[in-house]
Design a protein around this ligand. Structure first.
Ligand code: F6R
Length: 246
């Protein structure tokens, strides 16, 4: 794993955007794995700025999001489809209809949707660069502690700590979804490269466990140590006090 230490959230977002822009310029038909949540918002903003200023084109890029809440359709402002449209897709020249994929949280047969999504990723040759954030409990995607490292796209019951953490985006606690569809750990591990973004003091413990702890299903992100090509961009607050033994 390669670790890039940056000053703060702004610099993390800038560096991450530069990383993605370089990949897109070198491989215009790249398949990007997208994350949502608070961490990548700044990176998406920088990608939009770059597109407007320098014209980096996403016409041939395909995207596959990690996860989606069950029960929310794409028009719901808390759905990850809405988030992606608002933060990125509506502001760049990507073919939103044909080239952006997110699990559907609003259909009846979720298990069927999981199979379809896993198959869709494979059919397109797999993800080239997967962007990830990390949960305080070590989740990646919505793979909560205890998820099998062999898992593929599946339905999850969100951990109560994750529901609490997500509550900040909803007006009322009852509105916070308790289930999601997520790429599995093995889906994530099949991507050719991984870019993990970590920012803030609240992620310090998670980063510590990732870098210095053992590889265990109790801390899902720990599996990333077995991936051949992981880059972590972490800010000072997230890294503070860490002795790194990789
Ligand atoms: C988002 C996702 C999650 C988040 C994680 C961190 O698509 O799959 O794993 O990356 O919960 O969230 P933030 O960035 O809000 O701290």
């Amino acid at each position: 794993m390669k670790i890039i230490e940056v000053k703060d959230y702004m610099e993390m977002s800038q560096k991450a955007a530069e990383y993605i822009i370089e990949k897109v310029c070198n491989q215009p038909n790249i398949k990007l794995g997208m994350a949502t949540g608070g961490t990548p918002v700044g990176m998406y903003k920088k990608l939009v700025e770059d597109h407007q200023k320098n014209g980096t084109s996403y016409k041939k890029v395909m995207t596959f999001n990690l996860d989606e809440y069950i029960g929310l359709n794409g028009d719901n402002k808390n759905s990850y489809r809405y988030y992606m449209n608002e933060n990125l897709f509506n502001h760049i020249d990507i073919d939103k209809k044909r080239n952006t994929f997110i699990p559907r949280g609003d259909i009846k047969d979720y298990n069927e949707e999981c199979l379809r999504y896993e198959d869709l990723i494979d059919k397109h040759g797999g993800v080239d660069v997967q962007i990830l954030g990390i949960g305080n409990n070590g989740h990646i995607g919505f793979n909560e502690p205890g998820t099998s490292f062999q898992s593929v796209t599946h339905v999850v019951n969100l951990a109560s700590s994750t529901i609490q953490a997500n509550a900040r985006f909803f007006e009322r606690m009852e509105e916070v979804p308790t289930q999601a569809i997520t790429m599995g750990i093995s889906t994530i591990m099949r991507s050719k490269e991984i870019l993990l973004l970590v920012s803030g003091e609240s992620k310090n413990q998670a980063l510590h466990s990732l870098l210095n702890g053992e590889i265990t299903e109790s801390f899902p992100a720990s599996i990333l140590k077995n991936h051949p090509c992981v880059t972590i961009i972490a800010d000072k607050a997230a890294i503070a006090g860490l002795k790194i033994h990789i």
